[in-house]
Design a protein around this ligand. Structure first.
Ligand SMILES: NC(=O)c1ccc[n+]([C@@H]2O[C@H](COP(=O)([O-])OP(=O)(O)OC[C@H]3O[C@@H](n4cnc5c(N)ncnc54)[C@H](O)[C@@H]3O)[C@@H](O)[C@H]2O)c1
Ligand SMILES: O=C(O)C(=O)C[C@@H](O)[C@H](O)[C@H](O)COP(=O)(O)O
Ligand SMILES: [Zn+2]
Length: 350
């Protein structure tokens, strides 16, 4: 069934409609310890939620794990969930990814609704049906494509989101701008991310969701053009997993921003992406995301992590590159030498 995305101005009404369209016997809400405090409290009094049972899990990506997944399955079972129950995921991408996977596997699949509460989840994670958990030190290693019945997006939740998480989500928006067109990219590069105006940000969110929605509709299971949404992620996921291994976790969007630097470099070298646009994008990233510290001794491990990228076939590392803004080149490869060159470029700066 097709996923419906609602840019809501009336969360209470839109949620009531969504819940009534997902016929159910019991209703559950999944939140993490932070969204249980900051987001659930805003909606707990809605009439449509009066019988909902709250399931709370730990916050941050450290909890996007098999242990948490198993705790959610158990809580659903203990709470009397049946094949006809419905789960509402209230949180960031960690909650929508894990909750979506829990719902898609519990009794072979129950309906779920996403209410994204971070910028990243609004523009990216809650849309398009990639669900899953981290496993064996690798990002989203276990998962399934399964779309929520509804995504109900209300930017009022951003009022309590901290600055690093605003920046983290913004990196995925920048990715959407790069794969879409010059106008969108220019708007994003010129936005004042230091002092974000939430109303202006709301308009950019709407544009961003549209980019994701269009690509997912064209290629729901990532056989081809959906790989565009993975720009920055071959390096990005390797950085994210590596940082976690080092005991210094970084936010997903920061890892994507660092990955964009390396993949724009490869785009410039291998696909003639214009140097001036590469420099402008990289200065924006350096200004707002700082620099990840690693040395050449870490290259081998980073390349090993890239060997697990889900876009790969056999031993070939797969990249999405750009010939220009909006001119997407999927299924590109790079030699180990070229990957090391991109890592050198990242460390040496512009
Ligand atoms: N499925 C996809 O297509 C997709 C796309 C992009 C990212 N992801 C995944 O999403 C995850 C990252 O998501 P995220 O950045 O939303 O992180 P997150 O879900 O971990 O949330 C970040 C932090 O913000 C807190 N938070 C959430 N909403 C809040 C609010 N309104 N006010 C205050 N605090 C709030 C959370 O409790 C958490 O501590 C990663 O696991 C990434 O792999 C998935
Ligand atoms: O929706 C997609 O497709 C994406 O690739 C969006 C990414 O931002 C997201 O991080 C996704 O979870 C990465 O997927 P993976 O298949 O590389 O794990
Ligand atoms: Zn991502």
């Amino acid at each position: 069934m097709e996923q419906r995305i609602i840019l809501s101005k009336n969360l209470n009404g839109d949620l009531a409609t969504a819940i009534s369209e997902c016929e159910h016997d019991r209703l559950f809400v999944l939140a993490d310890t932070t969204t249980a405090q900051t987001c659930w409290t805003r909606i707990v009094d809605y009439r449509c939620l009066k019988d909902a049972q709250l399931i709370t899990i730990g916050a941050t990506d450290a909890h996007k794990s098999l242990e948490t997944l198993s705790a959610v399955w158990k809580a659903l079972g203990d709470g009397g969930a049946t094949r006809h129950s419905c789960l509402i995921n209230l949180g960031g991408g960690m909650v929508t990814d894990l909750g979506g996977f829990a719902a898609s596997t519990f009794k072979r699949g129950i309906d779920f609704i996403n209410i994204p509460t971070t910028l990243l989840a609004m523009v990216d994670a809650s849309v398009g049906g990639k669900t899953g958990i981290n496993f064996n030190g690798l990002k989203n290693e276990i998962g399934a494509f399964c779309e929520s019945r509804f995504v109900i997006l209300d930017t009022m939740f951003l009022q309590t989101l901290d600055e690093p998480n605003i920046r983290s989500g913004y990196a995925e928006m920048l990715k959407h701008g790069l794969i879409h067109d010059k106008q969108m990219w220019a708007k994003l590069i010129n936005f004042d991310l230091q002092r974000p105006n939430l109303q202006q940000l709301g308009h950019l969110v709407a544009d961003s969701v549209e980019v994701k929605e269009r690509l997912v509709a064209e290629d729901p299971t990532e056989q081809g053009i959906r790989k565009a949404l993975n720009l920055g992620h071959t390096f990005g996921h390797a950085f994210e997993s590596w940082a976690l291994q080092q005991g210094r976790p970084i936010l997903h969007g920061y890892a994507v921003a660092y990955g964009l630097v390396c993949e724009l470099y490869l785009s410039a070298v291998k696909a003639k992406f214009p140097m001036d646009r590469m420099r402008q994008t990289i200065s924006f990233i350096k200004e707002h995301y700082g620099q990840l510290a690693f040395g050449c001794n870490d290259y081998e491990m980073l390349i090993q992590l890239m060997r697990h990228d889900k876009k790969n076939t056999a031993d070939v590392i797969n990249f999405t590159l750009l010939r220009n803004i909006g001119d997407i080149q999927i299924n590109q490869t790079a030699s180990e030498e070229e990957i090391c060159e991109a890592l050198d470029f990242y460390r040496d700066g512009l």
